[in-house]
Design a protein. Structure first.
Length: 524
């Protein structure tokens, strides 16, 4: 059975003492590690300049962690919880190995995920899983950092794919190579079982740090056939464009997409009431930039030179195209229309306020759930001039083991669960159904199931052809912020696309160089 957190066997004062001790240990460990990385000596005279330089390096390098440890009430509450739970409290008979799993699934997905874990228990009665919902955000990430350095981390943690390299660089994750071998899996052979972009985002500096739990095929192009037919019947499509608008055929090229979007966009009294397409609306500005930059044939990172390439001319061309929509439809009018968009039944694709859309597989699930009678179509992304055909990239969640997990039995149990959930026939079929996703593991029988569903088959084909994943380097979160800012300023007309992306590249390169220097012992 699943075990729930229990505080009844501890007195409050005991938990407080444990919490304070864990927090103090975390601060001390971070200070010692930072001091070593920045060359602070344990003996002898140190000049004032050296002390200032070293202190600055420590503070810069660990600023977010110290804030999380000393200021975040959530982090403190987390340590209280962890300090109050021991294997003796959780094991029924002392023979079961208990592993704690920090997961990201809430609502209906949580219940489905629980059921999949119960299936794991049925096949592995010697292991007991305790689930704790910990959303992936800055505050909860700091809780994990605190738990790792305080030696009170869970045995299994869900890690967003693009964060794997960053967390590995920080020393938060365990190298899974030895654990894979212990479980009878050769890492090199194991790698061949996964879609290449899925494996690449788990592999950094020659080591395996995570295993893909679910792969997001990003993205499919959707068009609302019902909305197009209504617009044609109502005479809302310009006469010159009517012959080129076919509700049963998607735009195959960017040129066709532009024409379709223009024909389906409608103004009433100077107000935008329907838009054909919004290219910067692909799950956020940064994801939009990745999506269209790769479609144009651009690259965002050169791993050989460790060079940020956001200002690749092809990425610039993609952003210029995005900005053309902001200019011709008026960014402010588009923003005003988007402010009326909702979710579920008020999803703009369902209501017909945005006729052409780019969706993740969860978008398909929402359309099916809230508009079961809607007639729509799905296809790969339209191809830019000279760009990639059916361009796509992979996102998704991975599972990892914290670096400080030392108990051999727990390490083995954690790896057994990860392998079951991420790389077994039963586990991948059950697990991905719980979270509306696709396995990263190619042999999964889920793909046989998907082939019987025409819509899922489109996403499966996109995943099979996928070439890209977000850059595997330890400044990914910062890079996303910079791209988000660049696209936003460009579509608002505040900066030219080339200037905006050059600024993002310059800022991210400086941030990445700083991380790499410290990693290699070069100081701040």
């Amino acid at each position: 059975m699943l075990r729930e957190p229990c505080f009844r066997k501890r007195k409050y004062s005991t938990r407080c003492r444990a919490m304070l001790a864990c927090r103090q240990r975390a601060v001390l460990l971070w200070s010692q590690r930072a001091a070593g990385a920045n060359g602070i000596r344990s003996g002898g005279r140190v000049s004032l300049a050296e002390r200032k330089s070293s202190l600055k390096g420590v503070m810069d390098d660990r600023k977010a962690i110290v804030k999380g440890v000393l200021a975040a009430a959530g982090a403190a509450a987390l340590v209280v919880f962890l300090a109050g739970v021991r294997p003796a409290d959780l094991s029924d008979d002392g023979r079961r190995t208990v592993i704690r799993i920090w997961h990201v699934w809430g609502g209906p997905m949580l219940e489905a995920y629980r059921r999949s874990v119960e299936m794991f228990h049925a096949a592995h009665p010697q292991i007991a899983c305790e689930l704790l919902y910990v959303p992936n955000d800055l505050s909860n990430n700091q809780k994990f950092y605190t738990a790792v350095v305080g030696n009170c981390a869970p045995e299994v943690i869900f890690v967003d794919g693009p964060q794997v390299a960053e967390w590995a660089e920080r020393g938060l994750l365990a190298d899974l190579g030895p654990l894979l071998r212990e479980c009878g899996r050769d890492p090199e052979a194991f790698a061949q079982e996964f879609w290449p972009p899925c494996w690449r985002q788990c592999f950094y500096k020659g080591k395996v740090w995570a295993v893909t739990f679910c792969a997001d095929p990003n993205f499919a192009f959707f068009w609302n056939k019902d909305a197009i037919r209504r617009a044609l019947a109502a005479g809302e499509v310009p006469e010159a464009a009517r012959s080129r608008i076919d509700p049963d055929r998607p735009p195959a090229t960017i040129e066709e997409l532009d024409r379709s979007s223009d024909a389906l966009t409608r103004l009433e009294g100077g107000r935008l009431v329907r838009v054909g397409f919004v290219p910067w609306g692909v799950y956020g500005r940064a994801n939009s930039m990745f999506t269209w930059g790769w479609a144009w044939g651009g690259e965002f990172y050169d791993p050989e030179r460790r060079k940020i390439t956001a200002d690749d001319p092809r990425c610039v061309a993609a952003l210029e195209w995005m900005c053309s929509y902001a200019q011709k439809y008026d960014f402010r009018r588009v923003a005003a229309l988007q402010s009326t968009f909702g979710s579920a039944e008020q999803n703009p694709f369902i209501t017909g306020r945005q006729v052409l859309q780019v969706y993740h597989v969860t978008g398909l699930d929402e359309v099916r759930r809230y508009a079961p009678h809607l007639e729509y179509g799905m296809a790969p992304l339209p191809q830019p001039p000279g760009g990639e055909k059916a361009s796509s990239w992979v996102g998704g969640w991975t599972m990892a083991v914290p670096a400080t997990l030392a108990d051999p039995a727990k390490r083995r149990a954690a790896m057994e669960y990860i392998l079951w959930a991420c790389a077994s026939a039963e586990g991948t079929r059950l697990s991905v159904r719980t979270i509306v996703g696709f396995p990263g593991w190619k042999p999964s029988p889920f793909f046989e199931d998907a082939a019987k569903d025409p819509d899922l088959a489109v996403f499966a084909d996109i995943l099979r052809q996928c070439k890209h994943q977000r850059p595997v380097m330890p400044a990914q979160a910062y890079y996303m912020d910079q791209l988000d800012r660049a696209v936003d300023r460009a579509v608002r007309g505040e900066l030219a696309p080339r200037q905006a992306l050059a600024e993002a590249a310059r800022n991210t390169q400086a941030f990445l160089d700083k991380i790499l220097r410290r990693s290699e012992g070069g100081g701040p």
